[in-house]
Write a protein that binds this ligand. Sequence first.
Ligand code: ATR
Length: 276
Amino acid sequence: MDHYCVFGNPVHHSKSPVIHAMFAQQTGQNIDYHTRLAPLDGFVEAVRTFIAEGGQGANVTVPFKLEAFALAHQLSERASMAGAVNTLHFVDGKIIADNTDGVGLVRDITCNAATPIRDKRVLLLGAGGAARGALLPLLQELPAVLTIANRTLSKAQELQKLAQTFTSCEVDAVTWQQLEEESTQSFDVIINATSASLQSEVPPIPAHVFGPESLAYDMMYGDTVTSFNQYAQQCGAKTRDGLGMLIEQAAEAFFIWRGVRPNTAEVLAHFQKKGS
Ligand code: ATR
């Protein structure tokens, strides 16, 4: 049996062990996957211990994604661009690192929610780690426009610059106020990558960004509808939360480790049923 885990602090709430157990059962892979609470000042040691015990790979969650980035011997392009790592694969004494969050988001939007991004107008709210992680996979879908809106304009501009090194798509950086004053058109996909929902807050975005066919996507998820999605629903948009992204990022990690793609629809249906 091969061993995998997720490092975090806290980590007891993680759904990843159940998700990976379901993937393993579906695909007949002989693995176990559990949570590992790493001390806040002991992430690197915890990883080394796990490798010494024969661990094959790991996921990494808050607050260790930057440390995991620094620890890697080899980074994927999407991990380099994200500046953070959520998946480690231990191969021949090397730590190979990836970031599957952004591709998880894009797959949930384009496949599970059947909402194309190609040639569409996309609004990305926030310019922190979550937004940065989404950037490359979003651009690879070739949207017509990607507008990055953030409370702190300089951070949105940094992401804009980074994006422009990878794409010829139009990428804009704006403040909430500019979104209100300068843009009158709605967006096809509006992604909330701010951490505002953690405080039950909603970024102050104008209602006109949402059209009746728009998909509003909150990367957060919870037992109740997030404050962002409540606002988007009031503005007439369709909404989706980050549960599907969680399952899709896990599926991509599973694929990296095992070379097989699990059936995510079944797992998503299981968690949606559980939450209802
Ligand atoms: P994460 O890793 O979750 O992305 P982060 O890197 O700290 O966390 O980034 C948080 C993002 O949410 C930032 O874009 C932040 O805006 P600033 O760059 O201006 O700080 C945004 N954010 C946090 N709280 C917010 C709020 N109450 N309203 C709007 N934006 C908020």
